[in-house]
Design a binder for this molecule. Structure first.
Ligand code: AMP
Ligand code: ZN
Ligand code: ZN
Length: 419
């Protein structure tokens, strides 16, 4: 009996010790695994890409942008961002998210005709803008991100409402020019408020007010100053919302514009309505600061000869444009492309004067330079010279930790800007 009792005590003491050791090892393992997991999975970063249409870097000196200035002070502000040619909205917003020149991504203008099918692309046609036909060569960063396991949300961005090669951003909204800034932020903040696993890695915001005011009233107008101030307030509200969500430390803000804006007084309007009257089939397919003629069988050299008499217009065969334009091979580009001297714009309608502000001029000219400002998580502080906007795409990929698709950039930006 006594030996039985001793044996029981012995066994139970042994198994207790055993149990304690197992518990201890278990706890240590759990602790070690937790701290390993914590060190290996830092909080999911957020890249916020904000596109301000027609915003010139010089607008930062108007004295109405306290929030943008403070972002610039803590981050990197470029002297200017050189647009891809032509310095128009859709070609450039697409270059920013693909790293491709318009010649390669195929959105060669805001207005395009496909010569093979005669289809027309214009911004005012929802059907055209959302027709994947135009976008097959355009794989935007949100598609790269989704394919590599990330989440993308687009509060407007040219192309984001199109199902390109079967894919869209996880969140997107059909474009509505008049949607208030408040409503745009409401969408955006609701996406950013999701839990860690559902929250986007990349979110975009697009604002058009500065471009609209620049066109209607000219870049030096009070209306532009008011629009710039409004955009600054909206971005300030967004930064505050991101702080309130506890996401500020992990957010990288990348602010870009697609081009600048130049004064285009009515007196500098070039009326081309009668210029090609001897070539009845030729058509001015593009008008404005970048213009173009579709020959429709007319003789190109003869047409060029007539156009060469226009002192404020530089016209080229599409294959002979200045090299810096990196433009001229895509079939959607008409045979003859013209670029106006600064301030001059082409109109084929003598009764319709162009707007007081325009873009589409040579992207190298200061008036056409756009904004590049990066600030926040992983961004150095300092100033930057001129950059090309196709360099933004690889920087975004690096920030998102994803592989780039083939693109036209020289990878000049990421080492200068990233910590
Ligand atoms: P631009 O003619 O080059 O000045 O183009 C600027 C215009 O593009 C703005 O007034 C916007 O309303 C328009 N826009 C921007 N994003 C979109 C979009 N996703 N769909 C249609 N139009 C757009
Ligand atoms: Zn624009
Ligand atoms: Zn514009």
């Amino acid at each position: 009996m006594i030996s039985l009792y001793l044996a029981f005590r012995l066994i139970s003491r042994r198994s207790l010790q055993h149990l304690l050791i197992i518990c201890l090892v278990n706890c240590m393992c759990t602790l070690a695994l937790n701290s390993f997991a914590q060190s290996k999975t830092p909080p999911k970063p957020l890249v916020l890409l904000i596109g301000i249409d027609g915003f010139k870097p010089s607008y930062l000196t108007l004295g109405v942008t306290p929030r943008l200035k403070s972002l610039a002070q803590s981050g990197v502000l470029a002297k200017g961002s050189i647009s891809a040619f032509p310095s128009l909205t859709f070609p450039n917003f697409v270059s920013l998210v693909t790293g491709l020149t318009p010649d390669h991504h195929g959105i060669v203008n805001n207005t395009m005709t496909d010569p093979a099918t005669d289809q027309l692309f214009t911004l005012s046609s929802r059907e055209a803008v959302e027709n994947p036909f135009w976008w097959t060569k355009t794989t935007p960063i949100w598609t790269n991100l989704r394919q590599q396991g990330g989440i993308a949300s687009a509060m407007f961005w040219p192309g984001s409402e199109v199902e390109i090669n079967g894919s869209r951003p996880n969140d997107w909204v059909r474009y509505e020019h008049g949607m208030s800034h408040e409503k745009r932020l409401e969408y955006l903040v609701s996406w950013l408020s999701r839990g860690e696993t559902l929250r986007p890695n990349l979110a975009t915001l697009y604002l058009s007010d500065v471009d609209s005011a620049g066109h209607e009233f000219g870049p030096d107008s009070d209306q532009v100053r008011d629009a710039v101030a409004k955009v600054d307030r909206t971005i300030g509200t967004l930064i505050d919302a991101i702080s309130n969500l506890g996401l500020k430390e992990r957010t990288t803000f990348v602010l870009v514009s697609d081009h600048g804006m130049a004064s285009t007084p009515a007196a500098k309007s070039i009326d081309v309505s009668q210029l090609l009257k001897d070539f009845p089939k030729a058509k001015w397919e593009w008008q404005g600061a970048t213009s173009a003629v579709r020959l429709n069988g007319e003789n190109g050299l003869q047409v060029l000869n007539v156009l060469s008499q226009q002192s404020n217009l530089d016209c080229y065969e599409k294959g002979k444009l200045p090299q810096s334009f990196k433009f001229g091979t895509h079939p959607r580009i008409p045979e003859i492309v013209c670029v106006s001297k600064m301030g001059y714009t082409v109109t084929a309608n003598p009764y319709r004067k162009g707007p007081l502000g325009q873009h589409g001029f040579d992207p190298q000219l200061t008036e056409m330079h756009g904004l590049f400002l990066a600030s926040g998580h992983r961004i150095k502080s300092g100033e930057l010279g001129l950059i090309e906007n196709i360099e933004v795409y690889p920087l975004l990929c690096q920030l998102l930790g994803i592989l780039e698709q083939q693109n036209d950039s020289k990878h000049l930006l990421k080492d200068i800007v990233l910590n």
